[in-house]
Design a protein around this ligand. Structure first.
Ligand code: SF4
Length: 309
């Protein structure tokens, strides 16, 4: 943490761990999701777009090595000496038989000498024991990071958004991953329908009870082509203003264990298909508002739990 950023940023964490700039390369390996195909649920989480949060990943129509090379070439122009972490982002990236996962993960770990790990986004109900054991073996070669969607700890909201797994399933998966020393990053969403500020802060506080290494905090995006988008147009629910979002995020950070690395504080701005909230388009503005207000308040990550305020 420093005068600019009053929380633990991912870039500072990577700088310290690898002594280098590290770029994540978002890839689309064409996975599906058990919450969409009927094996766990139908229709998916109500806010989920067809791309399964893969709007900023490579093109699913290209092989992974080509996706990687395209994105690497763009990043290398800006950061010629950067290291890379392939990031399987779209949908649930452990939702295939283990034999197929091996054919996807292992080439990515050796695709380039500057690849220093692998990041995999998935659901807690797509990580059977044999997969966790395999990931644990890979983790001994290069660091593996698993990103798990939680979104909220409140079961009423989880049912409303059709998340399709329980909080217990989530926490038990985190424990298993950690027993194999695999780094865990958790996604939460602020602004889910009918959640109060207090409920969102409770979700952030709950993270302190888990042995997790990172968090991604997102604002809810209500998109065309989603169930939530259709429902919202017929029966709008209250959405957060930028100032409300900023203030909730700051309270969450102040309640968050300072050892947890904050990977993200705002969703990537999506213009296409966005219904609301419109301020989410300007991610940098959102980030700057959070930073500015934290400096004004002299607020720091974890200061509420450390008793420094
Ligand atoms: S778990 Fe992820 S990919 Fe699956 S429906 Fe929910 S948001 Fe979409």
């Amino acid at each position: 943490m420093n005068d600019e950023k009053h929380y633990n940023t991912l870039s500072a964490y990577y700088k310290e761990k690898f002594n280098n700039k590290v770029c994540k390369v978002s890839l689309n390996a064409g996975f599906s999701c058990p919450n969409k195909d009927g094996s766990k649920g139908v229709g998916g989480c109500t806010y989920c777009s067809k791309s399964g949060s893969g709007d900023f990943a490579g093109s699913v129509y290209e092989p992974l090595d080509i996706q990687f090379e395209h994105i690497k070439a763009i990043m290398t122009k800006k950061w010629p000496d950067a290291y890379f972490i392939p990031y399987l982002q779209a949908n649930s990236n452990t939702y295939k038989p283990l034999s197929e996962l091996k054919k996807i993960y292992e080439p990515l770990l050796t695709i380039d000498p500057k690849v220093i790990g692998l990041s995999i986004a998935t659901r807690c109900d797509c990580l059977e024991d044999d997969k966790i054991e395999y990931l644990s073996e890979l983790n001994k070669i290069k660091p593996i990071q698993i990103e798990l969607g939680l979104q909220t700890i409140h079961e009423k909201t989880a049912r409303l958004i059709n998340r399709g797994h329980t909080l217990e399933e989530f926490s038990s998966c985190v424990k298993k991953l950690r027993s194999h020393n695999i780094e865990v990053v958790v996604h939460i969403i602020n602004g889910l329908p009918y959640e109060t500020k207090e409920m969102m802060i409770e979700t952030a506080k709950y993270l302190n009870s888990l042995d997790i290494q990172g968090v991604k905090i997102h604002s809810l995006l209500i998109l065309e082509g989603t169930k939530m988008g259709e429902d919202f147009k017929k029966n709008p629910f209250p959405i957060l203003s930028l100032n409300e979002y900023r203030d909730i995020v700051i309270e969450q950070i102040r309640n968050l264990n300072p050892n947890i690395i904050i990977h993200r504080l705002a969703a990537d701005g999506v213009i296409k298909d966005l219904i609301a909230p419109d301020w989410t388009i300007k991610k940098m503005v959102v980030m700057n508002e959070i930073d500015k207000e934290m400096r004004r308040l002299n607020a720091w990550q974890g200061d509420y739990i450390l008793g420094n305020s």
